[in-house]
Design a protein around this ligand. Structure first.
Ligand SMILES: Cc1cc2nc3c(=O)[nH]c(=O)nc-3n(C[C@H](O)[C@H](O)[C@H](O)COP(=O)(O)OP(=O)(O)OC[C@H]3O[C@@H](n4cnc5c(N)ncnc54)[C@H](O)[C@@H]3O)c2cc1C
Length: 433
């Protein structure tokens, strides 16, 4: 689909000349994400380059664009920073990319929460909150990604030991706009948000969010080398109970950590990093040593680098040194209880774990099992074997909404907010497979 002069003109009337993007190279970039991390998505996902990009600069413009798309039957793929790794922000049907990055207002920084527009990045929000002695409660390791993109495509990250996942109460309220005949912002809260969180933009576009904030704390990073995953996870679990919970804990096999952390004395097969509140660092050291850890550094300067080297950044960093890897998302105590079997389920396996406490699982670890990519059957058999020994597995090699559960909520919300099926088509209902 190429955008006709008429269509570009009509979009310009809605959002102004600067709000319409028609340059082919930019449109191509706006139509891709990080799904290339998956060999299966790289092969099977059929991205379409959008005919036009539209950047509303206000909620009123967003409403106008969605009303226009509804009238014209135009497919709309919402987009923040485009860092999603399941193909969530890749259009599968010709139409427009709705780039939310100009919706960058930070409003109403209160004592305990903040109201932000969808295109605000976590890096900007963190800076703005710091001036008020507050910080973001939970953010992804992609700190330059947007609030709307995280709430629609991510689920947990830095801060999740204390505040859990996006479903655990720190998202107070969403303002959602549907692709309907006469759109208007709708405020949703409580369980009504279930149909919109992690929905890949298929059930309305998030215009604003009210998010809980946390007191700003000074932090440092404790590094500790261990000879076994079991000892490292035991120590990490104790750190999660410190009086001020760590903002992040990551545990990596050497084959992963050595791809992005200089050795600098970190010996041992497994490296634990814990982002601790400075006042708890010595308590953290004692707990770590008690479990056989060798504390190799406590370093304030490592806080920023750690933010961008946890969760899926371990995949990205390891992938950069070995393009032949594939990842599956894993969770649960069975990872360590059955470590030997876990490691034997897939060839060349290596483990990354993040400490977190989503409400439905409690304090523990989720992470990534990286392995050498062979073929679909090897991966599927590996996933089945992991499940058979009690590991919770989320398969990251699908672009379908609801693969993490909650499909009924999404379908109900889509019926109300997207009756013509124009929002990110192909993601909620697999018509494009
Ligand atoms: C290296 C790496 C590390 C990552 N780390 C984490 C992590 O720690 N935790 C985590 O949860 N995820 C992580 N992710 C996944 C992803 O980066 C995050 O979820 C990120 O917050 C997505 O934000 P974005 O602005 O890039 O969204 P995009 O990729 O632009 O969009 C994500 C999805 O949301 C939709 N969308 C975007 N904006 C809106 C809106 N306003 N309303 C409705 N729908 C919208 C899009 O259509 C798409 O389906 C990681 C990915 C990579 C590649």
């Amino acid at each position: 689909m190429t955008v006709s002069a008429d269509l570009a003109g009509e979009l310009t009337q809605l959002v102004g000349e600067n709000g319409v993007e028609t340059r082919p190279d930019v449109l191509h970039r706006l139509s891709r994400d990080f799904s290339w991390l998956s060999p299966i998505l790289t092969r099977d996902l059929r991205p379409v380059t959008a005919a036009a990009g539209v950047r509303p600069a206000s909620v009123a413009e967003l409403v106008a664009v969605l009303g226009f798309a509804y009238q014209r039957g135009l497919a709309v793929t919402p987009r923040g920073a485009g860092t999603s790794n399941y193909g969530q922000s890749v259009p599968m049907v010709p139409g427009i990319v709705l780039d939310t990055t100009k919706l960058s207002g930070i409003h109403d920084i209160g004592k305990h929460d903040v109201v932000v527009e969808a295109g605000v990045t976590f890096a900007d929000l963190e800076n703005a909150l710091a001036e008020h002695g507050r910080e973001v409660a939970v953010m992804p390791s992609t700190v330059t990604s947007t609030v709307g993109g995280f709430l629609s495509g991510g689920n947990q990250g830095i801060g999740s030991i204390e505040f859990g996942s996006i479903w655990d109460g720190w998202v107070r309220e969403l303002t959602v706009v549907g692709c309907v005949e006469d759109p208007a912002p709708v405020v949703v809260s409580g369980s009504s948000m279930n149909g919109h969180l992690h929905a890949y933009g298929t059930t309305g576009v998030i215009a604003r969010a009210r998010l809980l904030t946390a007191p700003k704390r000074d932090r440092t990073v404790l590094f500790a080398a261990f000879d076994s995953l079991a000892a490292a996870t035991r120590a990490g679990r104790k750190l999660m109970d410190l009086p001020v919970p760590p903002r992040a804990i990551a545990i990596d096999d050497q084959a992963i950590w050595e791809t992005f952390i200089p050795h600098d004395g970190h010996d041992g097969t497994v490296l634990l990093r814990a982002m601790l509140e400075v006042g708890t660092a010595e308590q953290g050291r004692t707990a770590t040593v008690a479990d056989g850890g060798r504390v190799t550094a406590i370093d304030d300067a490592a806080v920023r680098p750690m933010m961008s080297s946890v969760y899926n950044h371990s995949t990205l960093r390891a992938f950069r040194s070995d393009r032949g890897l594939a990842a599956v998302q894993i969770r649960g105590s069975a990872i360590v209880e059955n470590e030997k079997e876990v490691r034997s389920t897939l060839p060349g396996s290596r483990i990354h774990l993040d400490g977190n406490a989503p409400r439905r699982f409690g304090k523990g670890y989720s992470g990534l099992l990286l392995s050498n990519w062979v073929d679909d059957a090897t991966l599927e058999n590996g996933i089945a074997a992991l499940r058979a020994i009690g590991v919770v597995v989320v398969n990251p090699h699908t672009w379908l909404v609801g693969s993490h559960g909650g499909l009924e909520d999404y379908l109900a919300a889509a019926a109300a907010f997207d009756p013509r099926g124009l929002l990110n088509p192909g993601k909620l209902v697999p018509q494009c497979r």
